[in-house]
Design a protein around this ligand. Structure first.
Ligand SMILES: Cc1cc2nc3c(=O)[nH]c(=O)nc-3n(C[C@H](O)[C@H](O)[C@H](O)COP(=O)(O)OP(=O)(O)OC[C@H]3O[C@@H](n4cnc5c(N)ncnc54)[C@H](O)[C@@H]3O)c2cc1C
Ligand code: FES
Length: 368
């Protein structure tokens, strides 16, 4: 297999701009099954926005394995970028990172990406409500610290679902934030397996509990707040449905998915053949070069490009992380899942190459 380079385009970036090495400075235990990896600031600098994630590229079992992890630190308040990783039962990378990482270890990452990012402005006077479950707190932690630092007139409510008090990630740091920002930051814990004399919400967050909490927080102004949701798909759907019942405009609701309930099933099932069973030639503009990729009917554009050894950005390969995002410049594609993109991104013509295939000839996509 070879990559078919059609032409070089003046002024494009280079693929090396997308990768950097990060060295671990410290490993901090958060809970029984969760560690934070604190990185040294790389010499060449490292920029990211609150809520973005890194894609780690790890050599495990003679393969280069990619997984995304949100930065839990704030570029406005934290000197060193960090990620927090919770073990997933039988999970390859989450257990590897929790078991083997130590100070001095270095690995490759893709530069920060993602669109679960607030538009911060010191003049803003907003009410933010965050709904997190388990490890879903990580991008939300980054956003909370950033809002508190940058928007002096905005206030925050965090609704945080966990199994038990001991499973609460960033417990101490959240307590310190509450003390440091009285009246601007408030946390409501929901414990599914509460023990002892727990006085707060207990059980799984359902529609009725979500409504009660929202009424407590905002009374009759639920639709005036900005909402950020991160947790399992069912958790986010519950909250989203309630917000829609309260007539919250969809543009005020932002979601980040870590894991698609059907991701495993999707990987085992090749993309269905779409309109016709033909292969189509797709033009891909990447880092200032234009490639021609022959995409068979049963493959996504990303898979076909990787088969041709084109250094495409990607991570989850299931339409979640948006690392493979591209702008459709010409032609038509069929996307099997567009949940990862906002309405605005869809309107602007963005697609996710890992879940897209061409429906005819003449498709041109610019990556980025
Ligand atoms: C944008 C983005 C940001 C993310 N940020 C974080 C983060 O900050 N912290 C963090 O801990 N994780 C985060 N994740 C999830 C992370 O990328 C991995 O999916 C997770 O660590 C599991 O990887 P693994 O290799 O251990 O499991 P795998 O070996 O990939 O999977 C093992 C088994 O667990 C199932 N599984 C995989 N992930 C989950 C899950 N999250 N919940 C339930 N079952 C699962 C799989 O279907 C499979 O059966 C993020 C994911 C995305 C897309
Ligand atoms: S690789 Fe994650 S959305 Fe395509």
């Amino acid at each position: 297999m070879f990559k078919f380079l059609k032409k070089k385009i003046k002024g494009g970036g280079s693929s090396s701009d997308r990768y950097l090495k990060l060295k671990i400075k410290e490993v901090r235990k958060e809970t029984e099954d969760t560690n934070t990896l604190i990185f040294e600031q790389p010499e060449q600098g490292f920029t990211y926005l609150p809520g973005q994630f890194l894609t780690l590229i790890l050599p495990i079992q003679n393969e280069k394995i990619r997984r995304s992890y949100s930065l839990c630190t704030s570029p406005h308040t934290d000197a060193c970028p960090s990620i927090t990783v919770k073990r997933v039962n039988t999970g390859l990378v989450s257990n590897y990172l929790n078991d083997h990482m130590k100070p001095g270890d270095e690995f490759e990452v893709m530069t920060a990406a993602g669109h679960f990012v607030p538009e911060l402005n010191p003049e803003n006077k907003k009410k933010y409500v965050f709904f997190a479950a388990g490890s879903g707190i990580t991008p939300i932690m980054s956003i909370i610290k950033s809002v508190l630092a940058v928007e002096q007139q905005s206030s925050i409510h965090l609704v945080y679902q966990n199994r038990s008090e001991s499973a609460v990630i960033f417990k101490e740091e959240l307590r310190r934030l509450k003390e440091a920002y009285p009246g601007r930051f408030d946390q409501i814990d929901v414990l599914s397996q509460a023990q002892g004399d727990w006085q707060g919400y207990s059980g799984r967050l359902d529609g009725a509990m979500t409504s009660d909490i929202l009424m407590d927080i905002a009374g009759n102004k639920v639709n005036g707040s900005e909402y950020y949701l991160c947790g399992p798909a069912a958790f986010m759907q519950t909250v989203y449905d309630v917000l829609m019942d309260f007539d919250v405009p969809a543009r005020q609701v932002h979601k980040e998915s870590f894991f698609a309930d059907n991701a495993a099933a999707r990987k085992e099932t090749p993309l269905e053949a779409g309109t016709g069973d033909e292969a189509h030639l797709v033009h891909i503009i990447l880092d200032g070069e234009e490639f021609e990729v022959n995409v068979p009917a049963n493959k996504s554009i990303l898979e076909a490009a990787l088969d041709q050894h084109i250094d495409m950005p990607f991570s989850c390969q299931s339409g979640l992380c948006t690392a493979c995002r591209g702008k459709l410049l010409e032609g038509d594609v069929e996307m099997s899942d567009d949940d990862g993109l906002s309405q605005e991104e869809l309107r602007q013509g963005y697609i996710l190459n890992c879940v897209s295939k061409p429906t005819g000839p003449g498709v041109k996509i610019e990556i980025g």
